[in-house]
Design a protein around this ligand. Structure first.
Ligand code: ZN
Length: 474
């Protein structure tokens, strides 16, 4: 066969009956159509009939129902090079081309195309092109919106072909890892490999905002190369339930994340939980950095990883001096003691940046404020009379990073068709002008009027307290 793809498929699942006819012919009966074939010789016809009958009976044992329900998307599209429309359906990591939707329902197809190593792109008009290593298919959707949807689902299917479920299945073997450690969503496919928690896609997005010094987020389906046997074992040993026995030991029920949280609620909870460590278990009798480090050195040579986690997340220094001239770090102590899981945990936390005991006071201001905020604001020159005119709406994104960069403002203000974009970093200005005044800076950059509504409308306690200190003299 020259073509990689067939011109017609009759899945055994759609075949109802196979019958011998005269003149070396036989017929294959499906619910919508009967196909008549003719063999060259009588013996050959008999071979065909036997093979088809046995395929039919084994199919009957496997399943009496054709697989229909796992379609990601289906609908009519035009296919370049073919007259009329075809019925395209995307199922798992394959798409199926059928002449009509009846054919699709009966399981008949022109072709089934595997999306492994394929790519999809938008082309002119309402078109999209799916390119596989063997052939390109150029489709035209019924509308722009349909085209967008097709591209999105095909993209998802292509990603799915890259996925590896081995890690996921192993890590889920610990039952508590089958629910997100933060929002309890089922079948979480992401993990924070240093915090030892399995999390859902949405929570993973919020973990990224914490920075890799707090949470190192990895996919269990896509980043399979980093999942060593030791890391998987660590996740099986610890698991979400035991991790949470530390992270949310003191979580008041009212502060628990609800089942369908908004992204603000999710962001806030995750920040409180891991960055501020608001709900963590309090370790008794460890009041100084030295005591914490000493306890860490003692813990890493024993099998209890949870104890090591509690110490590190409470501020014990993973790179502290052990006092041993040969095993100078906790990692080397664990190695000598043959504690593989301790080594794995310490390895993923060697660059972690949990506030140390002495540093807690100076960082409290920074950790109180949100690290990321965004929203649309209505602008008005007169702050007391904020307009609700959509044209005067400005988008303001406010970032606040830990230590060095106090504020970055990024946004656009729409004035009719003209949109101006601005982005300022206070950090850059503070470097060159140490005694910078916020008020004059905002005025000189001409965005004071845009921002004057912020104090009235915006929510952050931090922001409103900062704004109240800005003199308004225009
Ligand atoms: Zn979640």
């Amino acid at each position: 066969m020259q073509e990689m793809y067939s011109k017609g498929l009759i899945p055994i699942s759609s075949v109802k009956q196979v019958r011998a006819l005269g003149e070396n012919k036989f017929e294959v009966v499906t619910s919508v159509r009967t196909f008549v074939f003719r063999a060259e010789k009588e013996g050959e016809r008999q071979d065909w009939l036997e093979v088809l009958q046995s395929a039919l009976s084994s199919q009957f044992h496997i399943s009496q129902q054709p697989r229909k329900n796992n379609t990601n998307k289906s609908g009519f599209v035009e296919l370049r090079g073919l007259k009329g429309k075809v019925f395209l359906s995307l199922m798992g990591t394959c798409f199926r081309l059928c002449k009509t939707d009846q054919d699709f329902n009966a399981g008949l197809a022109i072709s089934v195309v595997d999306l492994t190593a394929a790519c999809v792109k938008q082309v002119e008009r309402r078109g999209f092109e799916v390119t596989t290593p063997f052939k390109s298919f150029c489709f035209t959707a019924e509308s722009e919106h349909e085209r967008e949807e097709w591209i999105e689902v095909v993209q998802e299917s292509i990603v799915e072909t890259l996925c590896n479920y081995e890690v996921l299945e192993k890590v889920w073997f610990n039952k508590s890892n089958r629910k997100c450690a933060d929002c309890h969503a089922t079948e979480p496919e992401w993990a924070s490999i240093n915090l030892c928690v399995v999390i859902c896609k949405n929570c993973a997005g919020q973990h990224r905002f914490l920075g890799s010094g707090i949470s190192k987020v990895r996919s269990m389906k896509l980043d399979s190369s980093i999942w060593s046997n030791e890391l998987i074992e660590l996740f099986l040993e610890v698991g979400n339930q035991r991790s949470n026995s530390f992270w949310v030991a003191n979580l008041p029920p009212v502060e628990e994340l609800c089942s369908q949280p908004s992204s603000e609620q999710r962001a806030s909870f995750i920040r409180q939980k891991y960055k501020k460590r608001k709900y963590k278990k309090v370790l008794e009798g460890l009041n100084t950095q030295e005591e914490l480090n000493k306890a860490l050195c003692a813990a890493v040579v024993l099998p209890n990883v949870l104890q090591t986690m509690a110490l590190v997340f409470s501020g014990a220094d993973v790179m502290c001096a052990t006092g041993d001239p040969e095993q100078s770090t906790p990692y080397l102590l664990a190695q000598r003691a043959g504690q593989r899981l301790q080594m794995e945990f310490l390895y993923h936390n060697k660059l972690s940046d949990f506030p140390k005991l002495e540093g807690v006071c100076d960082s409290s201001f920074a950790t109180d404020a949100p690290s990321f905020m965004d929203g649309f604001l209505y602008c008005s020159v007169n702050a007391a009379k904020a307009t609700l005119d959509r044209k005067a709406r400005a988008a303001v994104l406010l970032f606040k990073r830990f230590s060095l960069a106090p504020i970055v403002l990024l946004g656009t203000s729409g004035k009719g068709p003209v949109v101006e974009t601005w982005m300022f970093s206070l950090e850059e200005r503070a470097r060159t002008e140490p005694s910078i005044k916020l008020g004059s800076w905002w005025q000189s950059t001409g965005i004071w009027s845009t921002c004057s509504a912020i104090g009235a409308c915006f929510l952050s306690q931090f922001l409103s307290s900062s704004l109240s200190q800005i003199p308004r003299d225009n």
